[in-house]
Design a protein around this ligand. Structure first.
Ligand code: FAD
Length: 435
């Protein structure tokens, strides 16, 4: 897999070498991304013996390879959430979305990890109807939650993002962007320091839940299988958990998304330094990082990600050229892919599946804040405070029709359908949602 610019800039997190996995833990966490590492950190801090199993490298999933955009709120908008779940639950979910952003900032400060943070997120509307929708939603957020509406008309948006491709947009200064691998590294170091045991190259092969507790069968690369008994297990494998648990496998569709980063530019096209995400279903999202590189995400696929940077760059380039025609031939420092976990409703599955078995997966493209937060929410629930988990459990996450077997054809069909809707400038989903 091609390296990200994040990994080129700084060493990846490396857990202390360990030779023996324990026979017993309080909690086993499967997956070493933002969800799993945040859970491990918060569990270790309240004295729980926590073992984290990561089949590859810590942060090697979506968490260390994403676009680094920290969006406030939930993945589905408040209007949709209110219609589906009522005002009280929707308002609680709004609160939790705010807490998620606050947690990322609190951790950055506490762990001394600046993570190249830059404030500001702009949502760019690709069609007049998407802009109408964005304005109406800004009014709703203002009336209900007191969020100051900041509308950018066509001219103001073009000046803010250096592209005339969009109709208008909205600006938000609560969100922003950062280097996601730096956040992973900070969390991993803090989790280990607090006493969590982190094992890379270790696959969780099987999870058995019984009245007496949980047994996780794990295999370190090149070693024989080893069973860990625990009181609880958290499935934090997001889009790559595959067949370990059918209730997750039938609800989370793995989709591959692609990013390219340019070499440092002489002049940034985004003078205010904000992150930008557009309203298309096959989203374009971009930002200029602290080294003046344009980090541009665009294009989706299903199945194994491309194995070389040139192939990924060739996928992303037409999307970048459409937004920035003047940069159509810009050289890339690197291009890479990552696997998202997408649910049918685009709501994350953050749940206790049964006593002792928890899942936090399926952030559907908005996990920098929510995954970090979900790890803490599950840790709190395991420690006895289920208040926030109870709210997340209201989110509807039905299985895909046909179950796990049909995810491949369904993904291809869905991508074609959404690309067609984009070309026709039709709304993406009822109830705005970003990827
Ligand atoms: C290209 C891309 C761009 C994105 N951009 C943004 C963005 O700008 N803003 C935003 O908010 N979100 C974005 N996202 C989404 C965000 O990155 C994810 O929602 C978030 O990182 C999920 O974190 P996680 O820890 O749950 O999963 P991951 O980071 O995917 O980690 C899961 C880990 O579990 C491991 N694993 C799976 N199964 C097993 C097993 N059986 N045993 C052991 N280990 C296992 C995997 O190897 C993986 O490392 C993006 C995602 C992608 C792919």
């Amino acid at each position: 897999m091609p390296d990200t610019v994040y990994a080129q800039d700084a060493p990846k997190p490396a857990p202390a070498p360990r030779h023996d996995m324990p026979e017993r833990a309080d909690v086993v966490v499967v997956g070493g991304g933002l969800t799993g590492l945040s859970a491990a950190l918060h569990l270790a801090r309240v004295g729980r013996r926590c073992v984290l199993l990561e089949t590859g490298e810590l942060g090697g999933g979506a968490s260390g390879r994403n676009g680094g955009q920290l969006h406030p709120g939930q993945r589905r908008d408040q209007v949709w959430l209110t219609q589906r779940l009522g005002e009280a639950v929707a308002d609680s979910l709004w609160e939790l979305g705010s807490e998620a952003v606050a947690l990322v900032h609190a951790l950055r400060v506490e762990l001394g990890a600046d993570c190249d943070w830059r404030p500001g997120v702009i949502e760019a509307a690709h069609s007049p109807s998407a802009f109408d929708d964005a304005r109406a939603y800004a009014d709703h957020l203002h009336e209900r939650y007191g969020v100051p509406p900041r509308i950018l008309d066509r001219v103001a948006l073009a000046e803010a993002i250096g592209s005339r491709r969009y109709v208008g947009g909205t600006y938000d200064d609560v969100g922003g962007h950062l280097n996601p691998l730096a956040l992973v590294t900070a969390l991993a170091g803090a989790a280990e320091a607090a006493g969590a045991q982190l094992f890379e190259t270790t696959l969780a092969e099987r999870v058995d839940v019984a009245a007496k507790g949980v047994r996780v069968s794990a295999r370190r690369r090149g070693a024989s299988a080893h069973v860990i008994a625990a009181d609880a297990v958290l499935l934090a494998g997001n889009g790559t958990l595959s067949g370990l648990e059918p209730r997750v496998a039938t609800r989370v569709l793995p989709l591959v998304n692609h990013i390219a980063a340019t070499l440092p530019l002489d002049a940034s096209p985004i003078p205010g330094g904000e992150a930008v995400a557009d309203t298309r279903a096959v989203i374009r999202y971009f930002r200029v990082d602290s080294q003046n590189r344009l980090v541009f995400g665009g294009g989706e696929s299903y199945g194994p990600p491309p194995t070389d940077a040139a192939a990924v760059g060739a996928i992303v380039r037409p999307y970048l050229a459409e937004v920035y025609p003047g940069l159509a031939d810009v050289p890339f420092a690197s291009a890479w892919s990552g696997t998202l976990g997408i649910t049918r409703t685009r709501c994350p599955l953050i749940r206790r599946l049964e006593p002792g078995l928890y899942a936090a997966v399926g952030y559907s493209g908005q996990g920098v804040g929510l995954a970090t937060f979900a790890g803490k929410v599950i840790a709190d629930a395991i420690a006895g405070d289920t208040a926030r988990l109870d709210v997340f459990e209201h989110l509807p996450v039905p299985p895909y029709p046909g179950g796990a077997r049909f995810l491949g054809p369904l993904a291809t069909l869905a991508m074609t359908w959404f690309a067609l809707r984009d070309r026709l400038s039709l709304p993406t989903l009822p109830g705005r949602a970003r990827t």
